[in-house]
Design a protein around this ligand. Structure first.
Ligand SMILES: Cc1cc2nc3c(=O)[nH]c(=O)nc-3n(C[C@H](O)[C@H](O)[C@H](O)COP(=O)(O)O)c2cc1C
Length: 382
């Protein structure tokens, strides 16, 4: 898709609508959907929408400053692409497309354990800052191998996800029967016929595989939907002691993702974790979990000075401004970037991130903030 056509996409929602048209329903639902009644999925948005700003005036806002430092990495905007597994269902080599788009904007890309591109292949394909997200598998030797592989290939931070001791109950995925590897079925055949552009690209780009865990024996190919299958392979007995051992093994920065309780944040900081990633997995895990924008002020109060990354529900640049004002250092985006990649690969992801960055700068100007560092809770009414 050429630049002129992409420029017609004005919001993340435009990309979402186009992704819905381009992708078969099972793939769109997998990306877009949430657990059970999708209460948390919806509330993530509502929580950002409920926050109101008290703009300041007569500040020179001619050049809004958004460059930041995120756990020792200099970034051109306080944004991170969140780890996402199974992305190649949406676009060939989608992981690499997302990473390249992130790096073109000078921001960080996080590779998932369940990505469809391996740690090594990603490190060879891109130049910019990479973080690696670990799902703690039942086999701890395999976890250590993953950590060592990420360390050997220059990933700057390890992000341990702790909100998936079991796969969330995403009913759409059960109904649609989405799995990796894709298995032949009438539904898949119908999807291919009704979405020929998607099917052609999928066949040409190679069928998605979980490349990082290719050699992992514990990942039974049992035909379950993706979340359930991943959940079955993860260590639901993972606890504080095991995390402490992981802290010893990983020499770089360590973040823990999927934290929403202030007391957990305090305990994590006390044990030497470098940053807390406030997340409810985009409403894909515990339905009924608190919206992250509601949890953020409590977390900022509990662990002042600790780098906080927040995700779940970010769809506008102004959400980034709100998160910064409430104490986040950085904001991670999952679907917002993936809708872009699902529509037009790297160029689509680039445009989606551009929209967020442009909206952030515009909202800073309109709110009277010349720099992100000026923002604070006094900008916000809740
Ligand atoms: C398609 C998809 C796959 C995901 N896979 C992972 C994953 O492998 N590891 C992980 O920690 N989080 C995963 N997540 C959660 C994201 O990292 C992030 O927490 C969530 O998408 C944030 O919400 P947002 O999509 O509203 O921005 C996934 C999310 C989506 C949409």
């Amino acid at each position: 898709m050429n630049e002129e056509r992409l420029a017609r996409y004005l919001s993340i929602n435009d990309f979402r609508h186009a992704a819905r048209r381009r992708l078969p329903r099972a793939v769109f639902d997998f990306i877009d959907g949430g657990a059970e009644d999708e209460l948390t999925l919806r509330d993530n948005r509502h929580a950002f929408e409920r926050i109101r700003l008290m703009p300041r005036v007569l500040n020179d806002v001619s050049a809004p400053q958004i460059a930041s430092d995120l756990l020792g990495t200099s970034v051109q905007a306080p944004l991170v692409v969140a780890p996402m597994g199974s992305c190649m269902l949406a676009w060939p080599q989608a992981d690499i497309a997302l990473a390249r788009a992130a790096h073109a904007h000078g921001i960080i890309y996080t590779l998932s354990t369940m990505s469809t591109t391996s740690i090594e292949r990603m490190a060879r394909a891109v130049q910019g800052a990479l973080w690696f997200q670990l799902y703690v598998l039942k086999d701890h030797d395999f976890n250590l191998q993953l950590i060592d592989r990420a360390q050997a290939h220059g990933y700057g931070a390890l992000v341990v996800t702790v909100d998936l001791p079991a796969g969330g109950k995403r009913e759409k995925d059960y109904r649609n029967g989405i799995s990796i590897p894709l298995r032949p079925s009438w539904g898949l055949l119908r999807d291919g016929i009704t979405h020929p552009a998607w099917a052609w690209q999928l066949l040409r780009g190679g069928l998605p595989q979980f490349e990082n865990v290719a050699g992992y024996g514990g990942m039974a190919d049992n035909g379950l939907p993706i979340a359930a299958r991943v959940g079955q392979s993860l260590d639901d007995a993972f606890n504080w002691n095991k995390l402490a051992r992981m802290r010893e093994r990983w020499k770089g920065r360590l973040l823990v993702k999927g934290v929403e309780h202030p007391e957990d944040a305090q305990r994590l900081v006390a044990m030497g974790v470098d940053g807390i990633w406030i997340s409810n997995h985009g409403g894909r895990q515990l339905d009924g979990a608190i919206a992250t924008a509601d949890a953020l002020p409590l977390m900022a109060q509990a662990v002042p000075g600790t780098p906080l990354i927040i995700d779940s529900g970010v769809r506008r640049g102004v959400d980034v401004l709100k998160a910064r004002a409430l104490g986040a250092s950085g904001v991670a985006v999952g679907r917002a970037a993936l809708y872009g990649a699902a529509v037009a690969g790297e160029a689509g992801a680039y445009r989606a991130l551009q929209i967020l960055i442009d909206e952030l700068k515009l909202s800073m100007k309109l709110a009277g903030a010349a720099s992100l560092t000026e923002l604070g809770p006094h900008w916000v009414v809740r």
